[in-house]
Design a protein. Sequence first.
Lengths: 164, 120, 86
Amino acid sequence: MKIKNQFAIFIVLMIIWFLINNSFKLEVIAVGFVLSFVIAIIFGKRTDVLNEFKFTPTAFFYTLIYLLVFFWELIKSNIQVALIVLKPSLPINPGIVKTRTILKSKMARMILTNSITLTPGTLTVDIEKDILYIHWINVESLDIDVATEKIVKKFENILVKIYG
Amino acid sequence: MENSIVEIIGAFLVLIGSVFLFLGALGLVRMPDVFNRIQTGTKASTLGTFLTFFGLVFIMPEWWGKLILLIIFILMTNPVSSHVLARAAYCIKVPMFKKTVIDLYGKDAEKLFKKETKNE
Amino acid sequence: MVNKILFIAALIMMLAILLTLYRFFKGTTAADRLVAFDVMTVSSLSLIGLIAKFSDRIIYLDVAMVYGLLSFLGVIIVARYFEKGL
């Protein structure tokens, strides 16, 4: 298990190293290899988040769909908030609501909460077991189920298929 | 001076990104309390920076490695910092906007913060 | 053409940074100032990217990366200080 963690971190570090250097000379590869190896040995023991990536074709397919949905939501909600900011009367209706999630794995939860935070209008304030506390700029419903339906479901439906 | 159509598309993407950055800053000035400022400020600036670097990929194709790395870096760190800011603002009891509809976090938050300090 | 559009974009970004500076100095609470600082550094990241394009030096993108890392760390540390003390 420990070796698997370290290997995952090693691969990610090597990819970052090649993106930074953008060259495949022998000395560049050697320095990157040694650095990634040392960092992976030191810090890889307890970092088990990266292990939850899956590399099956279905996971890849749904990741692509997820990225499409995410960028669409990002642009749409950014334009909505921009319109709110530009209106002189500032029509906001803020509040903190509770929602529920059914995801269990750490990676899926991280992706879900980061996506919710990145789409403007919703901001994850805290997470406790399966309750998400979300600051909503324009509260439409106080009920936990309706809020879950409106904020969480559109991302969660796809993430469930990847991470189970 | 002739530019290819790809470069002009990239330049317009950069322009749209800068407009989003400006709107985020405007929201930061106009919004009434901390949480709404976080909402408009950090998110609009995320999309603005994303579009700027994405447009620069069109203009400077040989720089794609570092630009993509910067985009990934911003998409990973910016939500984390806005979440942490919101939690910290709640924790030092910044007053909320007077038209705030509801605050379901209030009762649970005190319990959660107490439990965390006990654990340490 | 491209350079002119990029120059206008850089001007708009500078205007955005000036607006965040207004919030940074006026504040009213410490959290407001921290939010303004965060938005200001993220906006200046893209300005640094444009400067790299104008002067045609890829090394400035490394500056942008380190700048972003340091501002992220700074925001996290100050927020943690608000929450629990150092």
